[in-house]
Design a protein around this ligand. Structure first.
Ligand code: AMP
Length: 282
């Protein structure tokens, strides 16, 4: 497996493969790789001749400095994991390689970022838009793989790719969970034992809400139930629970069958902010 820290050698390597007619798959990550990331990589390896993983903790998408500083970094272990599954190339640049200058450009995804993560993490999706655009331009993949875990991110990137005519096919892959249902996340390692036990309540709340809505409970009542569920919890502090259209991300008041609807949740578990989502109809 090739490990690149710089853009130019990576581009030359990929150019050689592209000239041979080989297809390139790309999985952008922030490292601290877990089985969720690995599932994206494995899919890329199956569907493409050459698979590239980027590991870059992008400072511009962190609205909270402490979160950036505490973000887990396990580069050596990540490289070993990628090598073992047959990844062809890893791109792990320094900040100076990605941000030669402070970007003049900024993205406004309007209604798509006026809800959920965008509403609670000011500037987050601008940072995501900038770094994903840069990485797509550097790697120029045929296919790029993202997780449903970050649903709003996927929808925003889909719109970015469409609006700016990036020549790439996007794949949205399912959420990989721990045995008890907790969505895998790089941030989970920051949970202490007690927090780890409580963290599963995010997923349990989503399942409860899904069941209620399917049985005909209104969206408003369901939202109230979910809020109440966490009121007396000292460890899990609910930030939002939303019922949204999975394509437009706009909040839904009435359930319509055949509409692709997502239930999305964000909460602080101790000091660790976690997100999760499920589709209402599978
Ligand atoms: P991150 O390193 O958190 O930026 O994630 C890199 C990619 O992996 C993103 O497209 C995420 O949506 C995806 N991802 C993160 N967690 C999971 C998971 N539990 N299952 C599947 N994909 C995931």
């Amino acid at each position: 497996m090739h490990v690149f820290n710089q853009v130019q050698p990576l581009k030359e390597y990929l150019h050689k493969h592209r000239c041979k007619g080989q297809g390139i798959g790309f999985v952008p990550t922030m490292g601290a790789l877990h089985d969720g990331h690995i599932s994206l990589m494995q899919r890329s390896i199956v569907e493409n001749d050459i698979s590239v993983c980027s590991i870059y903790v992008n400072p511009t998408q962190f609205n909270d400095k402490a979160d950036l500083e505490k973000y887990p970094r396990t580069l050596e272990r990540d490289i070993e994991k990628l090598d073992k599954i047959g990844c062809n190339a890893v791109f792990c640049p320094e900040d100076s390689e990605i941000y030669i200058q402070k970007p003049n450009l900024s993205f406004n995804f309007h209604h798509l970022e006026g809800v959920m993560e965008g509403k609670h993490r000011k500037g987050h999706f601008n940072g995501v838009g900038i770094v994903v655009s840069k990485l797509l331009n550097i790697v120029n993949p045929d296919k790029a793989y993202f997780g449903q875990k970050d649903l709003q991110q996927f929808v925003i990137i889909k719109n970015l790719v469409e609006d700016l005519s990036f020549d790439v096919e996007l794949v949205c892959a399912p959420i990989i969970r721990e045995n008890d249902g907790l969505a895998m996340s790089s941030r989970n390692v920051r949970l202490n034992d007690m927090e780890r036990k409580e963290a599963v309540k995010l997923y349990e709340a989503l399942l409860l809400a899904k069941e209620s809505l399917k049985q005909g409970k209104s969206v408003t009542e369901t939202k109230n139930d979910i809020s109440r569920l966490f009121l007396a919890n000292d460890i899990v502090k609910l930030e939002y629970f939303e019922v949204v259209d999975a394509n437009s991300l706009q909040e839904i008041e009435t359930i319509v069958h055949n509409q692709k609807i997502s239930l999305c949740i964000a909460a602080f578990v101790g000091n660790v902010r976690l997100i999760d989502n499920v589709f209402l109809f599978d």
